[in-house]
Design a protein around this ligand. Structure first.
Ligand SMILES: C[S@@+](CC[C@H](N)C(=O)[O-])C[C@H]1O[C@@H](n2cnc3c(N)ncnc32)[C@H](O)[C@@H]1O
Length: 358
């Protein structure tokens, strides 16, 4: 049985358990979702709240909701969950990441005095036990878990690569920032796709940044990782040609999103592109909203709904951006359906936000 937490080989039991969880998730993504959508559409109601109320009596919906909530927990907890796998090795993980932190040490800038915003530590986002900032077990489990967040699309270009290629088609930046970079998925894609650019990742989580740094060193990619709050960063005005971000905004309350937009405008050069890949404006009309808002509650995503209710275009304009586009993003080939049609399998309402610093 492999047990070296330093590499990404998982013991057979963990792999077997995780593939069971993914298999069940696929059943949920397709057959169960289809049935719930069908039942919800048959109601002929136009208010997501009313649809939710009626559907609570449906056994299919109860089963669907139960699996949505607990499969996410199963991934991380339980005997063969990722947290249980990494937790006994917390000290070893610390040593390994500290060893990497000494290599290319100037590329990792931690802030021992960092102050977390209140919303960040109040609860477990997407039911992730303890949050991604608490320890190395959290950062490593998050990295592993993200591989099965979208289990059906492994045959397509990775989402982060698709997003970065879209940015590459817009501009050729010399200096790029990835805000809320986590363990560096988009940051690494930025460097891979734009090798000549200086790439910087900023995040609140020390364990995630140390893991990101380790991965960048392993891949021999010069990327700078900085600990900071994207609502108020230490970078000078006009520091970057482009700012990117993925899956960050929906974890922030409206006030923090507004501050983040203003702060991005400050550190971005005039004419520079500001883009985010996130979840917003679900397709599928009221049934689509019922599915998405239900997900937010069952998966403990406290700010998905508040962000969905914001007018992001107006907020970006107020923050000093122009040429704003907020458009559905094709997570994988053929993912988008025409008009308002509801997707034929469960998926996040991927949206790309593109704006130019005025
Ligand atoms: C869902 S993760 C996405 C990580 C990464 N962008 C990706 O695509 O894999 C959200 C990240 O945003 C970070 N984050 C949340 N609020 C932040 C803030 N105010 N400043 C900096 N990072 C923040 C979290 O620490 C976490 O790493």
């Amino acid at each position: 049985m492999a047990s070296n937490p330093a590499d990404q080989n998982m013991p057979f039991e963990v792999l077997a358990y995780q593939s069971f969880v993914v298999g069940l998730k696929l059943h949920w993504t397709h057959a169960l979702y289809d049935k719930v959508v069908e039942e919800a559409q048959e109601l002929g109601l136009t208010d997501p709240k009313k649809i939710e109320k009626e559907m609570q009596g449906s056994t299919t919906y109860q089963y669907y909701g139960w699996l949505e909530h607990y499969l996410q927990q199963y991934k991380f907890m339980g005997r063969w969950g990722f947290m249980s796998h990494f937790e006994p090795h917390e000290g070893e993980l610390e040593k390994i990441l500290d060893k990497y932190a000494k290599i290319e040490a100037d590329m990792l800038e931690l802030d021992p005095d960092i102050k977390f915003p209140k919303y960040y530590t109040l609860g477990d986002f997407h039911q992730f036990p303890g949050g991604v900032w608490i320890n190395n077990t959290g950062a490593h489990s998050y990295e592993q878990g993200s591989r099965t967040t979208m289990p059906t699309h492994s045959a397509h270009a990775d989402l982060h690569t698709r997003y970065v290629r879209m940015i590459k088609n817009l501009c050729k930046p010399k200096k790029v920032l990835d805000e809320g970079c986590g363990f560096g998925k988009t940051t690494m894609s930025l460097k891979k796709e734009m090798p000549k650019a200086d790439v910087v990742g900023v995040d609140l989580s020390e364990p995630c940044l140390k893991l990101a740094h380790r991965r960048a060193v392993e891949e021999k990619m010069p990327i700078k990782f900085v600990q900071g709050d994207i609502e108020c960063m230490k970078f000078e005005d006009d520091s970057f040609d482009t700012i990117a971000g993925s899956m960050v905004l929906h974890e922030m309350p409206p006030r923090a999103i507004r501050n983040t937009f203003k702060e991005a405008r400050r550190v971005l050069k005039k004419g520079g592109y500001y883009t985010h890949l996130d979840f917003y404006d679900p397709p599928g009309g009221d049934v689509g909203k019922f599915i998405y808002y239900g997900h937010a509650v069952r998966n403990r995503e406290p700010y998905m709904i508040t962000m969905d209710k914001m007018d992001l275009t107006a907020e970006l304009e107020k923050a000093g951006f122009t040429d704003i586009r907020v458009e559905p993003f094709e997570e994988y080939d053929g993912a988008l359906r025409k008009g308002e049609e509801i997707p034929e399998e469960w998926r996040f309402p991927w949206t790309v936000i593109i704006a130019k610093a005025a």
